[in-house]
Ligand binder design. Structure first.
Ligand code: ADP
Ligand code: MG
Length: 257
């Protein structure tokens, strides 16, 4: 048994009097995707903000590669190999794709100037290694589609050696086809050995790429299932509110009868 990249146990977080997260446990392993599912307000963002060093938990334990940890900044999480891609993406829309790819860590010439040629080449290569073919890496990143931006961000994390890649609802604003493309790169990052945390409220996006499914509702875990413990129908049913929905259907039948 190898040590999980990330392990949270009975983790909790309150904002003032709001219990955003309570008693949540899961793991993230290398070469696997842990999906975090739940409706708005379920606590998904709160959980990943703890993992990403934006917030700190106030209950439970958080371990990275077996060691208990409490990050004081996103920089510290990144230094531990935990990279996060937010839904609104930290990209500068008017800046070129390749400059966005480096964002402050551009390659330099021996004289200390930014090596534009190398920067473009490295970006093109990193993207094409992931199967992304962008003709022009000099184009402003704002001209890319939402799906393409997500793909660039994923390639960036892989290129800079992230161990864990956290994606906050990467497919939420996308059409079916673009969502499929993004999920393909999620699978590629996984197959390259990264541990991926995929946040979504769509079980149809989670199921094909996921190894483990953590279902959250109002800050609590409804369950955390390995893939062989749950099928897509059951996952969808649980997401839809499961028992609550059944009760409603029962009432409807009673009204119709
Ligand atoms: N910074 C904050 N201050 C106060 N309450 C917050 C804050 N962030 C989130 N919450 C509350 O915590 C709960 C979980 O929110 P969140 O983690 O954003 O859920 P999700 O990402 O699943 O929609 C919600 O009730 C939300 O209103
Ligand atoms: Mg959220």
């Amino acid at each position: 048994m190898t040590t999980p990249l990330i392990e949270v146990e009975d983790i909790g977080k309150t904002y003032g009097s709001v219990i955003a997260l309570s008693d949540v446990s899961t793991v993230v392993n290398a070469g696997e995707v842990t999906c975090v599912l739940g409706d708005n307000g379920a606590g998904k963002s709160t959980l990943i903000k703890i993992l990403a060093g934006v917030h700190q938990h106030d209950a439970g334990t958080f371990k990275v590669e077996g060691e208990e940890i409490r990050f004081s900044s996103p920089r510290e999480a990144l230094d531990h190999g935990i990279a996060t891609v937010y839904q609104d993406l930290a990209v500068v829309p008017l800046m070129s794709v390749w400059r966005n790819f480096f964002l402050g860590s551009e390659p330099t010439t021996t004289f200390g100037f930014i090596d534009r040629k190398k920067g473009r080449e490295v970006t093109r290569k990193a993207l094409s290694d992931m199967g992304i073919d962008l003709r022009d890496v000099e184009q402003p990143v704002g001209t890319l589609s939402g799906g393409e931006r997500q793909c660039v961000a994923i390639a960036r994390a892989v290129h800079f050696g992230a161990k864990v890649l956290i994606l906050d609802e990467p497919t939420a604003a996308l059409g079916v086809k673009q969502a499929g493309v993004v999920l393909k790169y999620v699978a590629q990052a996984r197959d390259r050995g990264l541990g991926v945390v995929l946040i979504t409220h769509n079980p149809h996006h989670a199921y094909p790429v996921g190894n483990r499914f953590l279902l959250l509702k109002r800050g609590r875990a409804l369950g955390c299932y390995e893939k062989d413990e749950i099928n897509l129908e059951e996952l969808t049913r649980q997401m839809a509110g499961g028992a609550e929905l059944e009760a409603l259907a029962h009432e409807l039948r009673a009204v119709e009868a």
